[in-house]
Design a protein around this ligand. Structure first.
Ligand code: PLP
Length: 394
């Protein structure tokens, strides 16, 4: 969410100014001028038919909105999603995620949801043909799923199939939007015109909770079809002045510094440097990404010397190897990273779009050093095993 970097001074200044204005905050009956301005800019940047915007407080709430609006518009209940997706942890969004890890203990999920393989058009068409589905909700690049980039033909063909079968084509751009992959939306890479797009995270500079659902006029009108229904979907803090002001300031920063273009160029260079630096190591399977959203995929080693400790780790917990990597990068190198939530063998590389050449090189060197340690020194494994012994009863 830190596309503009941490605590950008221009966004902080805009927030202070907004507070000092003592404006008509949180009055659901006022005319939310800032929300209108932000909505207009978002819809112009998104293009296509995305002419209406509903503001939320998070990505998950955006997904809930997309679920309700697509049901209202199509008068169908079913919801299609891609296996490996991450859409959020509220009950509706959670029902669009296939991994049982996220469901356990939280009771029955929404009925009528169906997971399909990401990238499989045949499976998509088979389900669409039943005409039970209100929406196909999909990330253009699966982020938590392991930075999975679909074949260039997948999303345009999926959109075409959705149109043919009366199902809304909804893109979750919570991670990929706001210039993360280069253009304003990842949709722009694939030349698709979705019926709805969900944004959140970087929209307010990482400083204020916010989300936005962009949609066509027809979809918006099917929920807000009369004055009587004007409040059927709403949220107290939805259009609050601070989030809106932060959103406007964030767009100013992103546009003035042309951070999308910068991120695209720097991201390609980052992947090139990582690919070269990590080429000698057997556990590095791939470096891939789009714009400034990349991943380093690791794989089980073949050589016995490191295969044994790797398998021990995997048996304790499948995410353990990745967590040790993250811990080492943080403790030894001061680099804060994450493994993907739904793919524990992929290290996510998504720095702010303002990252400098020098910072990028420091990161590449740090990853190379830790990966080298993993391949060539017993301490990576033995020390980690010691740590694990303290918290897990081995
Ligand atoms: C693609 C995607 N959609 C939705 C969400 C949920 O957003 P939030 O955590 O703001 O509810 C996330 C969160 O990581 C996400 O990555």
């Amino acid at each position: 969410m830190h596309n503009t970097g941490h605590n950008h001074p221009a966004i902080i200044a805009a927030l202070k100014e907004e507070l000092d204005r003592s404006g008509p905050a949180m009055l659901q009956s006022h005319v939310p001028q800032l929300a209108a301005q932000l909505a207009q800019r978002l819809s112009q940047l998104a293009g296509g038919q995305l002419e209406r915007v509903f503001f939320t407080n998070s990505g998950s709430e955006g997904v809930e909105t997309a679920i309700k609006f697509s049901r209202a518009h199509t008068r169908r209940d079913g919801l299609l999603y891609a296996d490996g997706a991450f859409h959020g942890l509220t009950c509706g969004a959670l029902s669009l995620m296939s991994d049982p890890f996220w469901h356990e203990g939280f009771g029955p999920m929404l009925p009528g949801t169906q997971g399909i393989r990401f990238g499989d058009l045949g499976e998509l068409e088979k389900h669409l043909a039943t005409r039970k589905f209100a929406a196909f909700i999909v990330e253009p690049v699966q982020s938590e799923g392991g930075i999975r980039i679909p074949d260039p033909s997948y999303l345009p063909a999926a959109q075409e199939l959705c149109r043919r079968h009366g199902t809304l084509f909804v893109l979750d751009e919570v991670q990929t939007g706001m210039y993360r992959t280069g253009p304003f939306l990842a949709a722009h890479h694939f030349q698709v015109e979705p019926d709805m797009v969900i944004l959140a995270k970087a929209l307010s500079g990482g400083l204020i909770p916010v989300g936005a659902v962009l949609m066509s006029e027809a979809v918006g009108d099917s929920v807000f079809s009369s004055l009587k229904r004007a409040i059927v979907h709403a949220s107290t803090f939805g259009e609050n002045g601070l989030a809106m002001r932060a959103g406007l300031a964030t767009l100013d920063v992103l546009e003035q510094a042309r951070l999308g273009e910068r991120g695209a160029n720097m991201g390609a260079s980052l992947r090139h440097r990582l690919t070269v630096a990590l080429a000698p190591y057997e556990m590095v399977e791939a470096v891939r990404g789009l714009g400034m959203l990349s991943g380093i995929e690791f794989t089980a080693p073949r050589s016995l010397r490191i295969r044994i400790p790797f398998e021990t780790f995997r048996r304790i917990h499948p995410a353990l190897f990745g967590q040790i990597l993250v811990m080492r990068l943080f403790r030894d190198k001061g680099m804060l990273t994450q493994i993907c939530g739904n793919n524990f063998m992929v290290l996510k590389v998504a720095p702010p779009l303002v990252i400098t050449e020098l910072q990028m090189q420091e990161f590449v060197d740090a990853v190379r050093d830790v990966v080298d340690l993993m391949h060539n020194s017993n301490t990576f494994w033995s020390e980690a095993l010691g740590l694990v012994r303290r918290v897990v009863d081995l």
